[in-house]
Design a binder for this molecule. Structure first.
Ligand SMILES: *[C@@H]1O[C@H](CO)[C@@H](O)[C@H](O)[C@H]1NC(C)=O
Ligand SMILES: *[C@@H]1O[C@H](CO)[C@@H](O)[C@H](O)[C@H]1NC(C)=O
Ligand SMILES: *[C@@H]1O[C@H](CO)[C@@H](O)[C@H](O)[C@H]1NC(C)=O
Ligand SMILES: *[C@@H]1O[C@H](CO)[C@@H](O)[C@H](O)[C@H]1NC(C)=O
Length: 458
């Protein structure tokens, strides 16, 4: 009896195999007939909106920027008081447009100077959209402004919220503008259509949109980090992290090598900080006696910036320590100075991290480790010339992703932000389609008369 069972086993296996092969080939045959078209459509869709366009070059991901518009954007014509009006610009009384003429680059109103510039993404993105329809720009724009909101992938809200906070919060104007904006948005047909899910709101200064943010939570925020946001209002799945505009001029000094940079580690910034900033003080006491470490407390004023830019350019590593908020423009100053960033900020969010691997050109240290004696110094001293030069040249490759300029150029910060927004479009569509499930049932299939009768019966 036992033998017979054993003999049957190979036959059973063979039989199962044959059945499986038959079934599989049948499935593939049917699949190739009907699904081929379907799949190729999906592939095209993905290629259009996702960031599938990298090549693997020598083990590192090379980012390829698409050559044509991938994002259709509808922009509200908000009154000038929300954008260029905050810069002192007034619409021409003879023209009905709320926008300055952007066809002559030299005549475009400039943004506010000094530290305001850190959060100027609102200005660059708005300018880029305004000029996306000019004849000579259409070919190189990632985002194109469209007039019909039904054609648009996303809806852009051109409020210069960071400038509004920086310049007009003291006398309450900033709050008034935020209240006005909310009142305006929630009655727009575009907002009602999507409950705001497809709206882009820029709030790069951590204190900007303080009052309006919780009311506008469904939208996509463009932020510096999530430090002051509850996770429901802003999070990494829904929102976009944009770089600060660096304050230190980009280092055009290509010759600054490992040995040229005499300082091992550089930090300059404010010492007493709220929240995560206590770390700065602790690190100061740990590092102040190391001979090739520069650790000082200084301000962001004109001479401070010049001094810091000299310091960063002559250092191998630049410390980025959490301050009031997890992020700061210092990271982008380091990148512009080709000084390898050492990041000590456990909650930092980094721009475009879905396409950039920061570990290729930054050193991340957990706060708990950084506070151990000699830990930072040991780690940075252990980096030899070869490894440092690798990181430095990788820094040069990514540098352009953090450059703001107008007109925008291929692969700069503006185009990178548009692409990051474009990568959110599929998930926005997903949300919208889900909200449509029952909306048609309510609006199209139920006649108002039926509803009335129903109400009468109750
Ligand atoms: C607030 O201050 C700004 C400039 O300091 C000024 O232009 C604006 O009119 C002021 N607004 C109010 C309501 O006082
Ligand atoms: C460029 O690098 C050289 C060599 O390290 C240095 O002497 C010079 O001061 C640098 N120039 C600037 C503008 O940083
Ligand atoms: C620049 O830094 C050096 C050394 O850290 C300091 O001695 C000098 O006073 C600073 N200069 C300015 C203008 O802040
Ligand atoms: C730092 O390096 C020294 C000397 O190599 C070693 O004794 C010490 O344990 C190291 N400290 C840390 C925290 O890694």
């Amino acid at each position: 009896m036992r033998d017979r069972v054993l003999n049957l086993k190979p036959m059973l296996c063979f039989f199962t195999l044959v059945v499986l092969v038959c079934m599989l080939s049948w499935v593939f045959f049917i699949g190739s007939l009907s699904l081929e078209k379907y799949y190729s459509n999906i592939t095209i869709l993905c290629r259009k909106v996702s960031s599938d366009n990298y090549n693997l070059v020598e083990g590192m991901k090379k980012l390829e920027v698409p050559n044509q518009a991938i994002l259709k954007v509808f922009m509200y014509d908000l009154p000038a008081e929300f954008h260029f009006g905050l810069l002192g610009w007034k619409p021409d009384s003879s023209s009905k447009s709320v926008w300055p003429d952007v066809s002559v680059v030299d005549k475009i109103p400039g943004y506010a100077g000094g530290l305001n510039l850190q959060h100027s993404i609102e200005y660059w993105l708005t300018l880029d959209l305004l000029s996306s329809v000019l004849g000579d720009r259409t070919s190189s724009s990632i985002a194109t402004r469209v007039d019909d909101s039904r054609e648009a992938d996303i809806i852009f809200v051109p409020f210069f919220s960071s400038l509004s906070f920086n310049r007009f919060s003291k006398n309450g104007t900033d709050k008034i503008l935020q209240d006005k904006l909310v009142a305006f948005l929630i009655v727009q047909k575009e907002w009602k259509r999507s409950s705001g899910h497809d709206h882009i709101i820029m709030a790069h200064h951590p204190n900007s949109m303080m009052y309006a943010r919780v009311k506008l939570w469904p939208c996509i925020f463009v932020l510096a980090d999530f430090g002051r946001y509850p996770p429901r209002v802003a999070n990494v799945d829904k929102d976009v992290i944009a770089p600060y505009k660096h304050i230190i001029e980009r280092s055009m000094n290509g010759t600054s090598t490992f040995h040229d940079r005499k300082t091992l580690l550089y930090f300059k910034g404010a010492i007493y900080r709220k929240d995560g900033g206590f770390v700065r003080q602790e690190l100061f006491y740990l590092l102040k006696n190391e001979k090739d470490v520069h650790f000082s407390f200084g301000s962001g004023d004109e001479t401070g910036v010049q001094n810091a830019s000299k310091g960063m350019r002559s250092s191998k590593f630049c410390l980025n320590i959490a301050g009031d908020t997890p992020s700061s423009n210092r990271l982008f100053d380091s990148i512009a100075s080709n000084c390898v960033p050492v990041i000590i900020s456990d909650d930092i969010e980094l721009p475009f991290e879905d396409v950039i691997d920061y570990s290729e050109f930054c050193i991340f240290i957990r706060t708990s480790d950084a506070l151990r004696k000699d830990f930072i110094v040991n780690i940075t001293r252990a980096v030899n010339e070869e490894r440092w030069s690798q990181m430095s040249s990788r820094l040069k490759e990514v540098e352009n992703f953090f450059e703001f300029q107008h007109p925008s150029k291929k692969g700069d910060a503006i185009q990178m932000i548009w692409q990051a927004i474009a990568r959110k479009v599929p998930s926005v569509r997903f949300k919208l389609h889900r909200t449509h499930r029952f909306s048609r049932y309510k609006h199209e299939f139920t006649k108002p008369a039926d509803l009335d009768q129903h109400q009468l019966h109750n």
